[in-house]
Ligand binder design. Structure first.
Ligand code: COS
Length: 384
């Protein structure tokens, strides 16, 4: 759903210009220093990028899902590290509050997330609980007007800079798996909360992850999201439904950039007295990439429109995440191939993108988890 095509068109144009004029020129420095410069962060805040999906009444732009994916198609033509910085405030870090938070909780945090004053992180994964999210062990024990948290969260995006964490923890040790899990907001700086060292990652330098450790961390009982125990897992799954569609749109943007770089290189690079773009074997790599990219874009847009119409898109979100992330990996591989030896050299952006996009097939549910979910939905529908 595009609410106001004219205003929305201006936003997309602004983001596209920002990508070309500000983000792409900074990519190499960000990769080398592992930092996004403060000037660029400020410009991202001024453009409203931290609050794209946060409702207008809390200071965000309140984009529909279709509008969100269309913005991501543009934004993600720059290094994925930039998207990662704004990704958690728009997605997994804020969505539990938006979906299930009380009015007071929303008022307290969403305006500062929308402005980019605060960063939010989503703390679900643990050392022993990744794909099997319902097996998480972090505990939250009620003591009067407080909960006391103990446990470790792993690979938490934006944790080193986060002001708040959406934390999934077990409030009922007797209840089986998902039923005993609740969601909380934990503020950075709360005694008992500490961070591990930043992870050294294969790619996406400039985007930071680390462990988040809770050691007798006391938080107000009022920070239980929605005020109800035992609903955290379902909220987390709803957060991930949207998150997976978001990541699929990210994949479309990144693949678009890689195809563009490969096409430019194929037209410039000459062998056998002609641009390599003239060779049919190179053309096949370009054509297959464009075809798959177009398919992913259509899927993502369709699922986004369905979500805006109020449909349950759990199955479609998994289809989009699976296809778009695998497509992105194939496009990255072909783009390196088209670059030949240059594709293996860090001076060319494709070398970095090849490493950066590898993560898309893993986080917010691996490709194998998406396959499992799609099949489960199909079987459930058939046998209902
Ligand atoms: N929306 C709402 N509720 C949902 C849901 C969704 N999308 N998915 C599951 N639920 C509900 C189920 O209906 C069930 O509730 P009931 O017991 O009342 O029926 C409950 O949540 C437990 O679901 P389920 O039985 O399917 O849980 P499982 O442990 O079998 O499987 C998977 C859950 C594998 C789907 C889950 O662990 C998962 O998504 N894993 C990947 C985690 C991930 O993406 N990690 C990435 C890191 S986070 S960035």
């Amino acid at each position: 759903m595009i609410k106001d095509p004219q205003t929305f068109g201006l936003l997309v144009d602004n983001v596209s210009r920002f990508v070309r004029e500000r983000l792409i020129p900074h990519e190499q420095t960000v990769a080398e220093t592992d930092e996004i410069p403060e000037t660029v962060r400020r410009e991202m805040r001024e453009l409203g990028l931290f609050g794209l999906t946060i409702p207008e009444e809390y200071g965000g732009l309140g984009l529909s899902m279709e509008e969100e994916v269309r913005v991501l198609f543009e934004l993600c033509q720059a290094s994925p590290a930039f998207r990662s910085l704004i990704g958690t405030n728009n997605g997994i870090g804020s969505q539990a509050l938006i979906i299930a938070g009380s009015e007071e909780q929303k008022q307290r945090y969403l305006p500062r997330l929308a402005s980019g004053e605060l960063l939010a992180s989503f703390a679900l994964t643990e050392p022993e609980a990744g794909s099997d999210a319902a097996s998480l062990r972090t505990s939250a024990t009620r003591e009067g007007n407080f909960y006391v948290l103990n446990g470790t969260k792993r690979f938490i995006t934006n944790a080193p800079e986060a002001g708040i964490f959406t934390v999934l923890a077990r409030t009922d040790p007797e209840a089986k798996r998902a039923a005993g899990i609740s969601a909380f907001i934990v503020e950075a700086g709360t005694p008992g909360l500490s961070l591990g060292r930043n992870d050294k990652k294969m790619g996406q330098h400039g985007a930071h992850t680390c462990d988040v450790i809770f050691d007798a961390c006391r938080i107000p009982a009022a920070n239980l999201i929605g005020g109800q125990e035992g609903t955290g897992f379902k909220t987390a799954m709803r957060v991930l439904d949207k998150g997976r569609l978001h990541i699929a749109a990210v994949c479309v943007g990144a693949a678009q950039r890689m195809l563009q770089d490969a096409l430019r290189y194929a037209l410039e690079r000459r062998q056998f007295d002609q641009p390599i773009a003239e060779f049919q074997l190179i053309q096949a790599l370009l054509a297959d990439s464009k075809t798959e990219l177009y398919a992913a874009r259509c899927m993502v847009q369709d699922a986004a429109q369905r979500r805006d119409r109020g449909e349950d898109i759990s199955l479609e979100a998994s289809c989009c995440k699976l296809f778009a992330s695998e497509m992105c990996g194939r496009v990255a591989d072909r783009a390196v191939q088209i670059h030949g030896g240059a594709g293996y050299i860090a001076a060319y952006a494709i070398e970095r993108f090849y490493r950066d996009v590898r993560l898309f097939r893993i986080y917010e549910g691996t490709s194998q988890i998406q396959q499992l979910l799609i099949a489960r939905h199909l079987i459930r529908r058939q046998t209902a």
